[in-house]
Structures are given as structure tokens and as C-alpha cells.
Design a protein around this ligand. Structure first.
Ligand code: AMP
Ligand code: GLY
Length: 426
């Protein structure tokens, strides 16, 4: 099979490395890709927001399956465009991708189907937002409605902060994403992510993970796209995962099916493990990054076969299987991230790091310049390691990180602290 993979981050490097193991694969093409993905795929210089260019590329290369990594082209309708051209694609249609593209859409779907999530109000103006904040009281959560690259959410501990966040959303800073806001009840608990592989009708558990969103050690500092992750997560027991599938994920997939907009793809449920059981924080309509870099190294099955089965509606009766080992990934980011940072500094030592047992160095934001590997983004590498438990995976990951010579980068030194401490306690 000829497969076209869309995207250029660490998640797509993990997808490429895993797809490359499939005996069914004859050619892997990636657009636009990165130097890590280039180890497994032929790169084509088509950006993910160029839907015409993607359809043209898939048509001329006679691609059998397109695998979409990031959310933006899904929300923009790349799967619909490919379907019109008769090309199979793994990922949701634009209508189903509203689960990530519009927080209000998801909250109303949850309300209609009694899916456990935080209480909420949709607000179309600053005045409505301020009124909703007063109704909920502090702490309270304010979200811009649309895609805001992870920056549209404020967990406000005081009313003052909450009102400022409402003003922020309606000040125009988020563009279209800020035309509407959702004000939500604050949920207390530990967060975990559950991934489901969906074919429109059937949703199968496809691993779980916990990530660290804050930039600095001790879960301090600004929010980021994710500074590290591990899988599996001890916090999400088998029973809790089943509960979340039964009360959150499967009813969502059934609702979209009934509405005539079936969900095909990876459905990523961000969960809050509250004292009343798991509640939905948010959905993403694609794999997590860096969660893919810890879930996919544990997959025992042929990923390409599973993705094809999803696209063809054949998931019923299958059970994806994973190694019992823990995988843990440490993100190396450019100094200054998630604020301003420089690009173009040389990175050395990733070959040595990648030779350590069970270690893969995934490229997230790298480029080749005059034959040298240089940084080209905020999150630059994800160093992922397997271990018998979280403590061993953590040690293996940091041993590999320490072989990487990149003075302009930084990483957290405590990824997986909670799970590693539990593993050590035995
Ligand atoms: P989201 O983009 O919706 O995932 O929100 C980003 C982060 O904000 C989540 O990972 C949570 O840590 C936090 N968050 C979002 N909604 C809530 C809520 N209702 N209660 C508590 N924390 C929340
Ligand atoms: N790591 C969080 C995300 O992929 O959205």
C-alpha cells in the first residue's frame, strides 16, 4: 500500500516509524514531514493547510490511504476533500472534527446525551461571559470556543482573573476562535488521557497516557503543548478506562453516528478523574503529541492494518494489544518556549541517544542546514524510552537525554514523577 502521512511533528514521526514496520506498506510519503520522518518516508513540500495541494499529491502518487496527524486540516475538511476525490483517509470529517473545533458543540452534545462533563454556559458577548462567571463563582474555567493552539483556556482561581479572561477572549486576540466563549464549572482531580480508535460505529481502547503541560519542573510555569508523557498511567485503571468508554466515548461515537456525521479516526478524550468518576475535560480528534510517542512504541499490532480497518468500518471484534512496559518521553524544547525562542542552533548526539536500548528520539521541530541537524521549532525533540515500569522508563529516557548535546535547549527533569514514585514504592 502507498500511504501519505500529513504533518511534521513528533506525533507524525512516531506514526511514520510505526507505519514503517507494516509488511503491507510499499511506500510512505510524508507532507511536509521533518528530518526524523525522512528516515521512513519520502518528503513532499506540501503544507498541511494546502488542501488542494494535498488532494493533488494523493491523486498523482496514487495513494491508497492518507493518514492525517494534526487537527487543523481535519477541522478544515481535508478528509471530506479526499473523499470527494475517491481517496481513503484516516481521520474524521469536518463535521465530526467539530468535537475539537468547537468547545460549544462538544458541550451541547454532552448535555444532550448525559455524558459526564463540567457544567457550562455558552457566551456570545463579554456581558454574557461576566454574568456566567458570577453564576459559577471561583474557581472557574474560561475557554475561547474555537481552535486556539492550546492557548484559549484559563483556569481562573479568583473572580478577578476570571473576568480578565472573559475580556481577553472577547478582545479579538483569538480571532475567530474568540467569537464565542464557554464558561465552565471547575473540576478537581487528576487528569489522564484515553485514546480510542474509531470506525464510525465501533470505538476501541487504543492506549492511555498522562502528560505534563506546564513548562517547568514541579508542574510550574506556563502551559505548553506538552513537555513529556508516559503510558500506561497507573491513575487510569482498567475499570476506570472501561467506565470512561461506556459513559463518555461510546455514547459520543453513537451520537455522531446517529446524527449522520460518524467519527472515524483517533478520538483523544482528556479526562478528569473526579470523586464522582471520570468526566470529560475535552476531546481532540487526533492523537496527542507527545502522547503518540509513548503509546505507539507499546503497540504490538500492525498499525496500518488497524487504521485501514477503521477507515473500512471493520473494527468490531478487534482488540489492539500493547506491551505491558511503560514508555516515557521527555520533550526537549528551545530555551524560551512557550514564549519567544530562537531557531537554527545545532543539535548533536541524537544517534548515540537513539542507540540506547528501547530508546527512540522523535523529531518534533528540526531541520537540516548544511548537513547539520538544527532546531526549527519550540518543541524540538521527544526522547522516548521503554522500561519495565515508570521508574525504569524514566531512568532510560534521561540517560538518553544526557547524551544529547544542545546548549540552546531545555527539558523538564521530572517527567513521570508521580508514576515513577508509585513504581518505586512497588
Ligand atoms: P482544554 O484545552 O479544554 O483541555 O483545557 C486545558 C487544560 O485546562 C486541561 O488540561 C485542564 O488542566 C484545564 N481544564 C480545562 N477545563 C477544566 C475544568 N472544567 N476544570 C478544571 N480544569 C480544567
Ligand atoms: N499533549 C496534548 C495534546 O496533544 O493536545
Amino acid at each position: 500500500m502507498i500511504v501519505l502521512l500529513l504533518g511534521s511533528g513528533g506525533r507524525e514521526h512516531a506514526l511514520a516509524a510505526t507505519l514503517a514496520k507494516s509488511p503491507k506498506l510499499t511506500r510512505l510519503i510524508a507532507a511536509p514531514g521533518n528530518p526524523g520522518i525522512a528516515q521512513h518516508a519520502e518528503l513532499r513540500d506540501v503544507p498541511v493547510d494546502d488542501l488542494d495541494g494535498i488532494v493533488r499529491l494523493a491523486t498523482t502518487e496514487k495513494v491508497d490511504l492518507v493518514v492525517v496527524g494534526p487537527e487543523a486540516p481535519l477541522v478544515a475538511g481535508v478528509v471530506d476533500r479526499l473523499a470527494e476525490a475517491g481517496i481513503k483517509a484516516f481521520g474524521p470529517s469536518a463535521a465530526a472534527a467539530r468535537l475539537e473545533g468547537s468547545k460549544a458543540f462538544t458541550k451541547e452534545l454532552c448535555a444532550r446525551h448525559d455524558i459526564p462533563t463540567a457544567g457550562f454556559r455558552r457566551c456570545r458577548s463579554g456581558a454574557e461571559g461576566h454574568a456566567a462567571v458570577e453564576v459559577f463563582g471561583a474557581p472557574v474555567v474560561i475557554k475561547a470556543d474555537g481552535l486556539a493552539a492550546g492557548k484559549g483556556v484559563t483556569v481562573a482561581m479568583t473572580l478577578e482573573e476570571a473576568h480578565a479572561a472573559v475580556d481577553d477572549v472577547f478582545s479579538g486576540g483569538f480571532g475567530e476562535a474568540g467569537a464565542e466563549a464557554v464558561v465552565e464549572e471547575f473540576m478537581a482531580g487528576e487528569e489522564a488521557s484515553l485514546f480510542a480508535l474509531c470506525d464510525g460505529t465501533t470505538a476501541l481502547v487504543f492506549g492511555d497516557a498522562q502528560d505534563h503541560k506546564r513548562a517547568y519542573d514541579g508542574d510550574e510555569g506556563p502551559n505548553t503543548g506538552g513537555m513529556g508523557a508516559y503510558s500506561p498511567t497507573p491513575a487510569l485503571s482498567h475499570a476506570l478506562a472501561e467506565d470512561a468508554m461506556a459513559r463518555i466515548v461510546r455514547p459520543t461515537v453513537a451520537a455522531l453516528q446517529a446524527d449522520g456525521t460518524p467519527f472515524v479516526g483517533f478520538l483523544y478524550a482528556g479526562l478528569m478523574l473526579t470523586s464522582d468518576g471520570p468526566k470529560l475535560v475535552e476531546y481532540n480528534v487526533r492523537f496527542g503529541d507527545p502522547e503518540a510517542q509513548v503509546v505507539l512504541p507499546r503497540l504490538k499490532d500492525d498499525l496500518l492494518e488497524l487504521l485501514l480497518a477503521a477507515v473500512e468500518g471493520r473494527l468490531a471484534g478487534l482488540t489492539p494489544s500493547f506491551k505491558p512496559d511503560t514508555a516515557l518521553a521527555v520533550v526537549m524544547a528551545a530555551k524560551g518556549y512557550p514564549g519567544d525562542y530562537a531557531k537554527g542552533s545545532e543539535i548533536r548526539g541524537i544517534e548515540a541517544a537513539g542507540k540506547r536500548p528501547g530508546v527512540t528520539v522523535f523529531h518534533a521541530g528540526t531541520a537540516l542546514k548544511d548537513g547539520k541537524l538544527v532546531s526549527a521549532g519550540g518543541r524540538v525533540l521527544a526522547v522516548s524510552a521503554l522500561g519495565a515500569d515508570a521508574a525504569e522508563a524514566q531512568m532510560n529516557a534521561y540517560d538518553a537525554v544526557d547524551l544529547i548535546d544542545w546548549p540552546d535547549g531545555f527539558c523538564r527533569r521530572d517527567i513521570g514523577w508521580r508514576a515513577a514514585a508509585q513504581a518505586e514504592e512497588g
